[in-house]
Design a protein around this ligand. Structure first.
Ligand SMILES: CC(C)(COP(=O)(O)OP(=O)(O)OC[C@H]1O[C@@H](n2cnc3c(N)ncnc32)[C@H](O)[C@@H]1OP(=O)(O)O)[C@@H](O)C(=O)NCCC(=O)NCCS
Length: 178
C-alpha cells in the first residue's frame, strides 16, 4: 500500500520527512540505533547494550506493511528516528507500537510527528489503538502518550507500564510538498 510521505520543520529550515521504511534503510537504521545513548537504548529495548547486529535490525526494515509497519524520520540523508507497529492478529483493532528518536534530536516534536504519521497508516488498516509497554521511569514515553491522546490509559503490570493510546481522533501530520 502506498503510504503518504509527510514532512515538518522542527529545526528552522531543515525539514524532517517521515516515510515508510525500506529494506535498504538497514545500514542507516542500524547506525541510528548505534548512536543512541545507553539510556535511550534501555528505554527502547529494555536492555542497555542490545546487540544491534543485522539480525536484530533487519526485521525492523523488512516489514510486510500489513502485520508490521514502520516509518522512519529522515533529516537530509540521516535516519534520526523510527516508529513501528505490529499487529499479528489482523482482526484486532489494537497494535503494539514502539518509537525511538536519536538523542540529539529529542524534544523537538519528532516522535509526535512520527507517531501521527504511523497512526495515519494504522487507521487505514482498521487499527483504533496503539499499545505499548514502557519502563516506569520512562517519563518521555509517558509524556508522549499523554500528548498524543488525552484518552491514553495507563496500567501498571509486573513492574512495567502498559499504555493504551486511542488513535481514532489523532490529527494527521501535514502532507509533504516534496
Ligand atoms: C520517547 C521518545 C521517543 C520521545 O521522543 P521526542 O522526539 O523527544 O518526543 P517529542 O519531542 O515529540 O515530544 C512529545 C511530547 O512529549 C513531551 N516530552 C518528551 N520528552 C519528555 C521528557 N523527557 N519530559 C517531559 N516531557 C517530555 C514533549 O514535551 C511533547 O509534549 P507536548 O506536545 O505537550 O510539548 C524519546 O525520548 C526516545 O526515543 N526515548 C527512548 C526510547 C523510548 O523510550 N521509546 C518509547 C518506548 S518504546
Amino acid at each position: 500500500m502506498a503510504l503518504p510521505i509527510v514532512e515538518f520543520d522542527p529545526f528552522g529550515g531543515r525539514s524532517v520527512v517521515a516515510r515508510p521504511v525500506r529494506p535498504d534503510d538497514l545500514v542507516a537504521v542500524g547506525a541510528m540505533l548505534a548512536r543512541l545513548s545507553p539510556s535511550s537504548r534501555r528505554l527502547r529495548f529494555f536492555s542497555p547494550l542490545p546487540r544491534l547486529t543485522p539480525r536484530v535490525v533487519r526485521p525492523m526494515v523488512e516489514v510486510d506493511h500489513v502485520t508490521h509497519e514502520a516509518m522512519v524520520a529522515v533529516l537530509g540523508d540521516t535516519v534520526i528516528g523510527i516508529a513501528e507497529f505490529v499487529r499479528p492478529d489482523p482482526e484486532s483493532t489494537d497494535a503494539e507500537v514502539a518509537v525511538v528518536v536519536e538523542d540529539a534530536y529529542q524534544r523537538h516534536g519528532v516522535a509526535a510527528f512520527l507517531f501521527k504519521a504511523l497512526a495515519r497508516s494504522a487507521r487505514r488498516q482498521g487499527v483504533q489503538a496503539f499499545l505499548a509497554e514502557v519502563l516506569p521511569d520512562n517519563r518521555s514515553a509517558l509524556a508522549l502518550a499523554r500528548a498524543m491522546s488525552p484518552d491514553a490509559e495507563l496500567q501498571r503490570i509486573d513492574g512495567e507500564i502498559r499504555l493504551r493510546i486511542p488513535i481514532v481522533r489523532m490529527p494527521a501530520p501535514p502532507l509533504a510538498s516534496v
